[in-house]
Design a protein around this ligand. Sequence first.
Ligand SMILES: [Zn+2]
Length: 285
Amino acid sequence: MPWFSKKVKPKSPRLDNGAAPAPAAEGEGLWNKCDDCGEIVYRQEWERNWNVCPSCGRHDPLPVRRRLEMVLDPGSFQELDADLAPQDPLGFSDQKRYRDRLKGTYKKTGLRDAFVSGVGAIDGRPVSLGCFAFEFMGGSMGSVVGEKVARVIDRAFERRIACIVFSSTGGARMQEGIFSLMQMAKTSAALNRFRSVRKPYVSVMLHPTTGGVAASFAWLGDVIIAEPKALIGFAGPRVIEQTIREKLPEGFQRSEFLLEHGMIDAIVPRPEMRDRLAQILGLLG
Ligand SMILES: [Zn+2]
């Protein structure tokens, strides 16, 4: 009988089907702890639930390609304009040169810019759509993002099909100065042209949707949907408080507040998003 017994390592729990858990990506554990309710959930289960906490319904960020996979018919997505890459028209530099920042972000995310777009189908109905990648420089809108959004709308116009844009952005990309601000007018003009085909344009606002994107095409949807508790607005609450010198009401600029005040049409939780979009396209498309 030894003096000391060897400590037995606790075994990680098995999945329902008994399959071995997939190896976690670097820096990620096998478990995900919810920032709101503290519930600890098996990462695979949380990912299967589209990064929504099964206990309290907190919506964590969802990578752009997962979102497209979530709403589109399997295998229907055809990515377009993937090769559009941003320029540095101002030779801009802050703590880092804009050019280097773009290169670094491309290496990290595999994306050329903060928007992925193309055509696909939802419940068999063709749709021209695009989605912001918040993981690329905070989803900021420069000339490439604006151009891709305009092309999503133009394609819907040419093919006479419905159009969906998922926004998740901090606003215009200041490193491109006026070139980024011009995108607000360009995308709004494209939407005006699209009106003539009488197909729906659905704008889905994710957390957060602010700045020049909120002030242009995101709020021009025929139907405007938001995810629960998303921050949506033009300027941040602190800037507004300082300007009007008044305390803002509780929950100001959150989806629930905006729905109550008639600024958006519906709040749709992520697991229901695909069905709701299919329903809207069925009714209006
Ligand atoms: Zn939770």
